[in-house]
Design a protein around this ligand. Sequence first.
Ligand SMILES: [Zn+2]
Length: 186
Amino acid sequence: MRNLALAEPHHHAGRSIACMEASLNPALAEARFCPRCGQPAEIDFPQRIVCPHCGYAAYYNPKPVAGAIPIDDRGRVILLRRGFDPGRGLWTFPGGFVDLGESVEDAARREADEELGITIEVQELVGVYSRAEDRVVLVVYRARASGTPHTTPEAPEVRAFGVDELPWDELAFWSTERALRDAFPG
Ligand SMILES: [Zn+2]
């Protein structure tokens, strides 16, 4: 299981541009040399690394994250309190990075199983959530949940909320709130 950053938990207006840009691509932040031939490479942070010696090039893009809003047979929304930063202690729905070798829907199903131990049936798309300052693109589906959710290190508390009692003031990410509002308008 991985600790996943869906997005920055809070947006600080005063945060420096350098800090914001570094968080966009930690994998490239310390890179200096070509991973293929070991010669000094040209770094165009945060987007690419190109090697003038051997021709190696790698391009970085925002990473897709799959999320699902699980709804149980009583119409309640199953949320988890996050066990890790970012957003530790705050509520969100299960989600995580899409691995190579799986579809976005596959990742949503896997994360619901890993984080809550539930089986979900992925339903319609709720929305796609993206900002230029984030390094992820969150794709959120509505889902039908079956099975009894249980806690895990990633989800030390799990609760089924009525749609009229969602914890709006304690949500982990801007995208959590947007997706829940899109899923339950009005
Ligand atoms: Zn090279």
